[in-house]
Design a protein around this ligand. Structure first.
Ligand code: FAD
Ligand code: UDP
Length: 384
């Protein structure tokens, strides 16, 4: 073995694929879970035959041509375009906030200019250069009424942290539009893998120089490729949690985890769309996914059954899956210390990457893009 990859998410598999294909290196990927693919993994629901994303809905979108060309080697994409709706006080509105949302909410028929003017008046209570937290950023973008309806309680449920303690950047992910365009993403390329995420992920490592070992934890001293045995002996790309690698010596980084409640219902269509958000504080879940709507082109899905998943959000304990970095000021201080340690591990041939290994919210295209750069800038030099 020339290279060990810890973790089989998109980051790890991209580096594995490049090291085998481009450099001709023998690569072993170890994965703690009993399947490959990290959080992008999907499976066929046994009762309905519908593809379910086990760790929450995954929508692929990117404007990065290099990433788009790379991923198209392994899968074709459907022409799926993501749209999200939000239920607020018993009424359904389109997201992201657009002219349709604004006119429905204010019972108006404003054109773009008039709507912009009205929202600017409502947003004027906070100047954009005085923004210090998520609440202020949201109000300065869309005004208080829309913020209180669609953002405040949803965000509080999702992050379980006072909105005034959250960084403004979180909300910058959501566009606000003065047209009726309600596509969720602004990216150039968007779609879902024609034959599912798992087929795509498996094709990435379908190479004679790549071996994948499942149910294998890097920190399990009893297995032959453990940290104790391998560190300093062979180059390692580590994509597990950064704080865990250093035995939490600077304390634990904050993560949010999710609980998913899966249910099969005796109807061909439960909600008429793939994702419905719930903006009210009283509804305990943040959203409901109905997976059949991700693949309207599939003709083999049953007409009398559907599978839905309610999503609940909470802080992660040590035993929980870490999903989203919370990134408070205290987290960022610890992160600096861990990053300094990670830089020093380079002398042992260890490269850190991915969502968990860098404590960053990375979409799939970002994880793949970062892996392609890491391969070129950090992994290739290890062999030259
Ligand atoms: P991961 O997929 O987390 O892979 C890391 C792997 O390392 C895991 O399989 C883990 O089991 C393994 N591992 C950890 N520790 C060890 C150890 N000690 N030994 C062995 N293996 C270990 N992105 C989008 O582009 N669109 C979306 O719609 C989208 N939705 C998302 C929804 C949710 C709920 C979540 C959590 C993420 C979503 N993402 C989405 C982000 C996407 O999942 C990530 O970009 C992608 O998974 C990153 O890949 P990764 O390899 O960095 O990490
Ligand atoms: N958000 C919100 N209301 C919604 C949808 C999103 O307030 O109905 C906010 C929330 O703070 C969330 C952020 O916008 O964390 C980003 O939303 P996105 O849908 O991109 O989040 P993700 O899919 O990553 O959970």
């Amino acid at each position: 073995m020339d290279l060990l990859i810890v973790g089989s998410g998109f980051f790890g598999l991209t580096v594995a694929e490049r090291a085998a294909r481009v450099l001709g290196k023998k690569v072993t990927v170890i994965e703690r879970r009993s399947h490959l693919g990290g959080n992008a993994y999907s499976e066929t629901d046994p009762e309905t035959g519908i593809e379910v994303h086990r760790y929450g809905a995954h929508l692929f979108h990117t404007s990065n041509k290099k990433v788009w060309d790379y991923v198209n080697q392994f899968t074709q994409f459907t022409d799926y375009q993501h749209r999200v709706y939000s239920t607020y006080r018993g009424e359904v509105y389109p997201l992201p906030i657009n002219l349709g949302t604004i006119n429905q909410f204010f019972r108006s028929a404003l054109g773009p200019d008039a709507a912009r003017e009205m929202i600017a008046e409502q947003a004027a209570e906070i100047a954009s250069d005085q923004v210090t937290n998520l609440e202020e950023r949201a109000i300065s973008l869309i005004g208080r009424p829309l913020y209180e309806a669609f953002i405040r309680d949803y965000t509080a449920k999702q992050w379980q942290t006072p909105v005034t303690d959250l960084p403004p950047e979180i909300i910058s992910r959501l566009p606000v539009r003065y047209t009726y365009n309600n596509r969720y993403f602004n990216d150039t390329y968007e779609g879902l893998p024609v034959d599912g995420y798992t087929a795509w992920l498996e094709r990435m490592v379908d190479h004679p120089l790549i071996e994948v070992r499942l149910d294998t934890d890097y920190f399990d001293a009893d297995q032959p490729l453990s940290k104790e045995r391998v560190r300093g002996q062979v180059p390692v790309v580590y994509t597990g949690p950064l704080d865990r690698y250093f035995d939490f010596c600077h304390g634990r980084l904050g993560w949010r985890t999710l609980d998913f409640e899966r249910e099969v219902l005796p109807t061909g269509d439960f909600q008429g769309t793939s994702v419905m958000n719930y903006a009210d504080a009283q509804t305990p879940y943040t959203r409901i996914h109905e997976f059949r709507h991700f693949h309207p082109e599939r003709t083999d899905y049953p007409g009398d059954k559907t599978v839905i998943m309610r999503e609940y959000s909470r802080f992660a304990d040590l035993d929980d899956e870490p999903y989203y970095p919370v990134n408070t000021t205290a987290d960022r201080e610890k992160l600096e210390q861990y990053r300094a340690l990670a830089t020093r591990e380079a002398t042992q041939g260890v490269v850190f990457g991915g969502r968990l290994g860098t404590y960053q919210y990375l979409d799939m295209h970002m994880a793949i893009g970062a892996a392609l750069s890491t391969f070129e800038n950090k992994v290739t030099p290890l062999f030259t």
